[in-house]
Design a protein around this ligand. Structure first.
Ligand SMILES: O=C(O)c1ccccc1NCC(=O)[C@H](O)[C@H](O)COP(=O)(O)O
Length: 254
């Protein structure tokens, strides 16, 4: 595990230890991203609410998540991702709740999930999808958390960066795999990572999402040619003067 991921995960362990187990009334039915993807004729876009990050520091710290979510939906996003980690990304569960109350598209809770209690909380604050990072979890834990999220009807994006992580992810036979183009050891971002992994694993029976470092229509075309069906875009949209126009340009034909 990279040093930053190890540091974030050890903070999460402390956070989780302080959380109590709660009875959750499962009255809300999560909105499916997979179903939406079945009918997609263009690249699907996951627009992210990302105030800050370990690699970039403050990105758009004072953003109004409601206004940003409205712009994303106007531009045609298929999912909104909300970073809820406070220590490293300056996000919050309140951001997640605000976005969920603003939009009808599925909402992804982007956090560092290591325990069922975080999944209970994600559901309670409105998440339809969660992220499971292969590098941060052993095989038994990922499988357990994957099934637990599924018991709520939530979908999981199983995130990988390397070939070894891809092999581990595929054992789960997940519907969605996110390929992170950011190397968390160096913070270097290179979208060629998606191309390299999909040249070997592109035929797998799963939907691939390319994550991080997507900026231009040309990037979207490269990812489409590589076999990605969706893009997760954070910083580019958070810094854009006109996020709607950027989203439109990234929705290239499949
Ligand atoms: O972004 C970081 O610096 C980072 C550091 C450590 C762990 C995760 C990190 N990012 C989370 C993400 O996966 C990105 O927010 C997401 O893929 C969007 O990336 P980008 O479009 O490059 O902002």
């Amino acid at each position: 595990m990279s040093a930053i991921l190890e540091e974030i995960i050890s903070h999460k362990r402390i956070e989780v230890e302080a959380m109590s187990t709660q009875e959750v009334v499962r009255s809300r039915r999560p909105v499916s991203f997979v179903k939406r993807l079945e009918n997609a004729t263009t690249m699907s876009i996951i627009g992210e609410v990302k105030r800050a990050s370990p690699s970039k520091g403050d990105i758009n710290i004072g953003i109004d998540p409601k206004a940003q979510a409205e712009k994303y939906v106007k531009g045609g996003v298929d999912v909104i991702s909300v970073l809820t980690d406070r220590n490293y990304f300056k996000g919050s569960l309140r951001d997640l709740e605000t976005v969920k109350c603003t939009v009808d598209v599925p909402v992804l809770n982007k956090d560092f999930i290591i325990d069922e209690r975080q999944i209970d909380r994600a559901y309670l604050y409105g998440a339809d999808i969660i992220l499971l990072i292969v590098a941060a979890l052993d095989d038994e834990t990922i499988a357990r958390l994957y099934d637990y999220a599924g018991s709520y009807g939530m979908e999981c994006i199983v995130e990988v960066h390397t070939k070894a992580e891809m092999e581990r992810a595929l054992k789960l036979e997940p519907e969605l795999i996110g390929i992170n183009n950011r190397d968390l050891k160096t913070f270097e971002v290179d979208i060629a990572n998606t191309e390299q992994l999909l040249s070997e694993y592109g035929n797998a029976d799963t939907i691939f999402i390319s994550e991080s470092g997507i900026r231009t229509e040309e990037d979207a075309e490269r990812m489409q040619a590589a076999g990605a069906r969706a893009l997760l875009v954070g910083e580019t949209l958070m810094r854009a003067e006109d996020p709607e126009q950027v989203i439109e340009s990234l929705k290239v034909a499949l």
